[in-house]
Design a protein around this ligand. Structure first.
Ligand code: G6P
Length: 474
């Protein structure tokens, strides 16, 4: 059994081995007590939100966590159904609760479950808070009078909040008039029914049924899992070539997003973030800082500069973006792995809100997503091709060996190109003479080495990645 440790976002474990009812009953009340210690507020609110996704036994785990939290004196607000993680972050913020405990393993494979801890401000708590939780696990909790118990609907207020940010009527009209076809792959996860609830109309949603095994894959918005959606959109293109089509993809707990264009091509958040920046700045006239993680596209600062928006760069991890949102006026913050959030909402990634903005951008511009992307690349005179590979690690010693190598023998040449400069705030990001970059970084959530590259064309991206793969295996 692995020790209870919080990673990049929450504590995750294999169901029945690491993530058990007994262990959750130990962790949940401690998390609630720490939330009170950190956010226990002036208003004396003693409420803790308990939510869950659609994983195996997630509802039962949530009930069990709720009972343990109530027993140590908290007023429990237990969700009546699964919902996106950001809906629970929203509930914590909107109800002025101490925070939310969400039973979810996000995009991990079906064998996993986990616990994400959200603070009163409506986002993931920082490392200092999860360290406090870890340190207190197993300590005597003392006696308390059990708090109250209420069941709540997490969808209603969340959907209302999202609708208020977007021109819903325009999107609804485009759908009703048959100009826009909306497709969603919810990957059997917590976004299921989300777009229909928001739009008040049926859309073409696939993989809506709960499947704790996720078709033997993982609910992660990566091209290898999305061939069904891409095929479906291609077929529809043949039948209705004149319509606008958008495919939206949500991870297991609906905090990450990706998309598919009207011709069935996958679009990662490296493409969506620039499209969203342009939409918010140009069509909505909004301002504020643009936050990107180190691995996010170079197109982002170029576009930000076109619209006079300041840019701030962080290590990988949405927590860094959320931290910044708490102190600065932020327009948008986005990560390469699909997490995108907005300063005018809560400091949390929210895939459904991003989906609505994507639909709004397509409806208002009457352009396909890929056309929007091509236009904005032309505007800033920068062509971006991007890819990432994840190499499984044979063991932790490989990690130490490669890290040592990078430290002691800084790379001066990559795939025959000289290295102009490098950043090492999170892994190593090398800028090469031909304008491309390669980033070598160990994941903080899984035992893999991530290799990222962006260049003016895919051949150069592949050249950099192949070189890095060989280097890592040498
Ligand atoms: O690359 P990793 O360290 O595995 O992190 C990948 C992702 O993990 C979690 O989902 C975090 O919340 C994200 O912010 C992060 O981007």
């Amino acid at each position: 059994m692995h020790p209870i440790k919080f990673g990049t976002d929450g504590w995750r474990g294999l169901i029945a081995a690491d993530f058990t009812f007994e262990r959750l009953k130990l962790v949940a009340p401690v998390a609630a007590l720490v939330l009170k210690e950190v956010y226990g507020s002036e208003n004396g609110n003693n409420q803790v939100i308990i939510g869950y996704d659609r994983r195996f036994l997630a509802d039962k785990f949530a009930r069990s966590a709720a009972e343990a939290v109530q027993a140590v004196g908290f007023d429990v607000l237990l969700s009546q159904s699964y919902a996106p993680t950001p809906a629970f972050s929203w509930a914590a913020y909107q109800k002025k609760a101490l925070g939310a405990l969400v039973i979810t393993a996000s995009h991990n494979p079906g064998g996993y479950l986990g616990l994400k801890v959200k603070g009163a401000f409506g986002g993931s708590v920082g490392g200092e808070v999860t360290q406090l939780i870890e340190a207190k696990i197993g300590q005597e909790l003392g006696l308390a009078t059990p708090g109250s118990w209420q069941i709540f609907d997490p969808w209603e207020s969340y959907c209302q909040a999202l609708r208020s940010q977007v021109d819903m009527a325009q999107i609804q009209q485009a759908i009703a008039q048959g100009k826009l076809q909306v497709f969603a792959d919810v990957m059997h996860g917590a976004a299921a029914t989300g777009l229909a609830r928001l739009l008040g109309t049926e859309i073409c949603e696939i993989n809506s049924n709960p499947d704790p095994l996720f078709d033997g894959a993982a609910p992660e918005p990566l091209p290898r899992y999305l061939s069904q959606l891409c095929r479906l959109i291609r077929t529809q293109k043949l039948q209705h070539p004149d319509r606008l089509r958008v495919g939206l993809v949500f991870d297991g707990d609906s905090d990450r997003i990706a998309a598919v264009d009207g011709s069935g091509n996958f679009l990662s958040s490296q493409i969506l973030i620039p499209i969203l920046i342009e939409h918010l700045a140009l069509r909505r006239g909004m301002t504020g800082e643009v936050i990107k993680t180190l691995s996010a596209s170079d197109l982002i600062p170029r576009l930000a500069s076109l619209y006079n928006l300041p840019v701030y760069e962080t290590p990988v991890g949405y927590k860094y973006i959320a931290d910044r949102m708490l102190t600065t006026k932020v327009l948008i913050g986005g990560e390469e792995s699909g997490g995108i959030g907005y300063g005018h909402h809560i400091p949390e990634r929210d895939a459904l809100l991003s989906a609505l903005y994507v639909l709004e951008a397509v409806t208002q511009s009457e352009r396909d997503l890929s056309q929007l992307y091509e236009n904005l690349q032309a505007k800033v005179n920068f062509i971006s091709a991007y890819d990432r590979i994840d190499l499984p690690l044979a063991g932790m010693e490989v990690r130490s060996r490669l890290l040592k190598l990078l430290e002691t023998h800084p790379l001066t040449e990559i795939a025959g190109e000289s290295v102009l400069s490098y950043q090492s705030i999170d892994g190593y990001k090398f800028r090469l003479a031909d304008g491309s970059w390669l980033m070598i970084r160990f994941s903080g959530t899984e035992p893999v080495l991530r290799l990222y590259s962006e260049a003016p064309n895919l051949e150069l991206v592949q050249r950099n990645l192949t070189w890095a793969e060989k280097w890592a295996n040498s």
